[in-house]
Design a protein around this ligand. Structure first.
Ligand SMILES: O=C(CO)COP(=O)(O)O
Length: 253
């Protein structure tokens, strides 16, 4: 299939410089099969240079957001050009916390993804339904609409990793079951096949996020359409190394 397992650590708005240095030294000491897994950690903006300088060279960094167009008079924003200028290769866009709390629409997220790619960034694009949407049976429609807003604007899918993060599973300890996650990942792949191309469907990594930890990662990783994880809380802890190691499950499937 050729989809390298991908493990992202989203540190969100956490950490002091001392704590960040500690996490980086734990990561640097971890024994992981780095040829079988792509690892990207995403500290808050202010810690990006520190982490980039101190992190082992086989792991990479991502920003947690960037502005929707060229920088300028946008107080408080950080532009895609600035990230490129600092050689930050990745950015997370469309996280549900930004969609829900800051009101980012599907279209706005799509515009951000397209602009970031146009500037040379690679994007972890997040999609996912709320509990209410799941209970009303609209999960697939919601994630398809979020993906469509990206597909309408993006041509180069080699620069995109899709993170399926059900909102009800984020930070709640309520992980999606392997079957629940697999079902949505398979539907997303089908959507890509029907609406983008068979090649993009086969090659795009679709990773899962929402209460992933060292104990539940292997069973999730064994699902055929789960190509890795976007980890929040557990990415701040030593168990992140165990989650990276779950890439080994893929070698045997
Ligand atoms: O939002 C997430 C990653 O982007 C998931 O967060 P948790 O792993 O803390 O549930």
């Amino acid at each position: 299939m050729g989809r390298t397992f991908f493990v992202g650590g989203n540190w969100k708005c956490n950490g002091t410089s001392e704590e960040v240095k500690k996490i980086v030294s734990t990561l640097n000491a971890g024994q992981v099969p780095s040829q079988d897994v792509e690892v990207v950690v995403s500290p808050p903006f202010v810690f990006l240079p520190l982490v980039k300088n101190e992190l082992r060279p086989d792991f990479h960094v991502a920003a947690q957001n960037c502005w929707v167009k060229k920088g300028g008079a946008f107080t408080g924003e950080v532009s895609a050009e600035m990230l490129v200028n600092l050689s930050i290769p990745w950015v997370i866009l469309g996280h549900s916390e930004r969609r829900a709390i800051l009101g980012e629409s599907d279209e706005f997220v799509g515009d951000k993804v397209a602009y970031a790619i146009s500037q040379g960034l690679k994007v972890i694009a997040c999609v996912g339904e709320t509990l209410e949407q799941r209970e009303s049976g609209s999960t697939i429609d919601v994630v398809a609409a979020q993906t469509k807003a990206i597909a309408d604007r993006v041509k180069d899918w080699t620069k995109v990793v899709i993170a399926y993060e059900p909102v009800w599973a984020i930070g709640t300890g309520k992980v999606a079951s392997p079957a629940q996650a697999q079902e949505v990942h398979a539907e997303l792949r089908k959507w890509l096949q029907a609406n983008v191309s068979a090649e993009v469907a086969a090659s795009t990594r679709i990773i899962y996020g929402g209460s992933v930890n060292g104990a539940n990662c292997k069973e999730l990783a064994a699902q055929p359409d789960i190509d890795g994880f976007l980890v929040g809380g557990a990415s701040l802890k030593p168990e992140f190394i165990d989650i990276i190691k779950s890439a080994e499950v893929k070698k045997n499937t």
